[in-house]
Design a protein around this ligand. Structure first.
Ligand SMILES: [Zn+2]
Length: 296
């Protein structure tokens, strides 16, 4: 996953992976190989990006394709349709644009004062309110966004503003032609546990229909919004399967072994992109150390 990854860091990590003999595989290929029962003979690296912002496609995807890294981008279909923009981005926008040096926000019953003097304060505020907002159903989430916007004295635009624009379907088609795989990150960015099961089923189906009608060959792998253990359940794994997806990726942060994918292809773990090349190298050495001890 990539969140605010610089081109320079990405390039260094791709170089490192190439030199260490990692094979780049797309997520669909990884799933296919795991389910075929063949054992992995060498370490593989599968790179995925979530959400579908325009700058992911213009900045990161070209570099990934240049390295033949077989990336997959998971898009929020209402965002690509420019019907909506991610709720977490709306909260980030409000906190960033707030001109006050502190704000008091109501997180349920609790009122919390957030300093907004420096960038780390703003990051802390954003992370805290996003964690809280994840637990709200969609009506309460809309109310909470209005509360944050009003308190921050910021008007949240209806469509994604500059800096938060989505990759359009025509951009996505252009990069799909060049080798980018595109999959569903659902219709909205709401975490599945915050929606009732009927709505989850309808969103899963709708986003697949949108991707299928706009793209030549969308990925059959689904990407859970947020994707931590609290953000989806066994019920959601079944709904994802019933909607016709063949696998699901999470943000459960572990190396993905073939045997785990075979056991449950709807709960594939992923490691967040590292902050430094040294950290990337540490992940790589764990993989190599584990390989010498365990069958993949
Ligand atoms: Zn996301």
């Amino acid at each position: 996953m990539f969140n605010g990854v610089s081109e320079a860091l990405l390039k260094q990590c791709l170089e490192y992976a190439r030199q260490r003999g990692y094979e780049f595989v797309s997520i669909d290929e990884l799933v296919r190989r795991a389910l075929s029962g063949v054992e992995a003979r060498h370490p593989m690296l599968c790179l995925t990006l979530d959400d579908g912002y325009a700058d992911q496609v213009t900045r990161l995807v070209p570099m990934l394709l240049e390295y033949e890294a077989k990336p997959t981008l998971f898009v929020i279909s209402d965002f690509a349709d420019d019907q909506d923009w991610p709720w977490d981005a709306q909260l980030a926008y409000a906190v960033k644009a707030c001109e006050a040096s502190s704000v008091t926000l109501a997180l349920g019953e609790r009122h919390r004062v957030f300093d907004l003097n420096g960038k780390p304060d703003r990051i802390f505020c954003r992370r805290t309110i996003v964690q809280y907002a994840k637990t709200l159903d969609s009506a309460h989430l809309s109310d909470f966004i209005l509360h944050v916007a009003a308190t921050c004295q910021v008007t949240i635009p209806e469509r994604a503003p500059e800096g938060y624009r989505p990759a359009t379907w025509s951009m996505l088609r252009e990069w799909e032609d060049k080798g980018l795989k595109i999959g569903s990150h659902n219709r909205s960015h709401n975490v599945l546990t915050a929606l009732d099961p009927e709505r989850v089923g309808a969103e899963l189906k709708y986003s697949w229909e949108r991707l299928s009608s706009e793209l030549a060959a969308p990925s059959k792998t689904f990407c859970y919004p947020s994707g931590t253990a609290r953000d989806f359940s066994k019920t959601h794994e079944s709904l994802v399967r019933s909607a016709g997806y063949e696998a699901g990726v999470t943000t459960l942060s572990r190396i993905a072994y073939f045997r785990d994918i075979r056991r449950n292809p709807y709960r594939i773990s992923r490691i967040g992109f590292p902050d430094t090349v040294a950290q990337f190298a540490r992940y790589a050495s764990w993989v190599e150390a584990l390989r010498s001890k365990l069958p993949f």
